[in-house]
Design a protein around this ligand. Structure first.
Ligand code: CO
Length: 134
């Protein structure tokens, strides 16, 4: 059911420093910061040949990243995103298998303007999983 790894998202306590690390130390192609108010994050996209890294920094009052950073002061992997062809079919299969969908269970439009869902980390070995329809 799942296809390519679309991205790995890393929460970072200092977006400029993280961008510099990826650009200057690791030599990657790094985008300008982009605010995503609907998701409570500012994102920098790091383009790799085979996938993307998203550097996430809290935006606004109720950012889901703020709590994560309070527990992981130096940052850390926040979620992985797998591609699916049909997000509603994927959701229905997951629910049937007993997996929990976060939020109201309906896809939201994600940072790439495509429908996404998040799956409960306790059902996936402690990893927050995002599914994106491509
Ligand atoms: Co993501």
């Amino acid at each position: 059911m799942i296809g390519r790894l679309n991205h790995v998202a890393i929460a970072v306590p200092d977006l400029d420093a993280a961008a510099k690390t990826y650009r200057d130390v690791l030599g990657a192609k790094v985008s300008a910061p982009q605010d995503e108010p609907d998701h409570g994050v500012t994102v920098i996209f790091v383009e790799l040949d085979n996938t993307k890294i998203e550097l996430l920094y809290p935006l606004g009052e109720n950012s889901p990243i703020a709590g994560f950073l309070s527990k992981n002061a130096s940052g850390g992997i926040h979620h992985v995103c797998y591609e699916v062809e049909d997000i509603l079919a994927a959701r229905d299969k997951l629910v049937k298998e007993g997996a929990r969908i976060l939020g109201d269970g309906e896809p939201k439009i994600g940072a790439h303007k495509k429908p996404v869902l998040f799956l409960h980390p306790k059902d996936f070995n402690g990893t927050l999983v995002e599914l994106e329809q491509v």
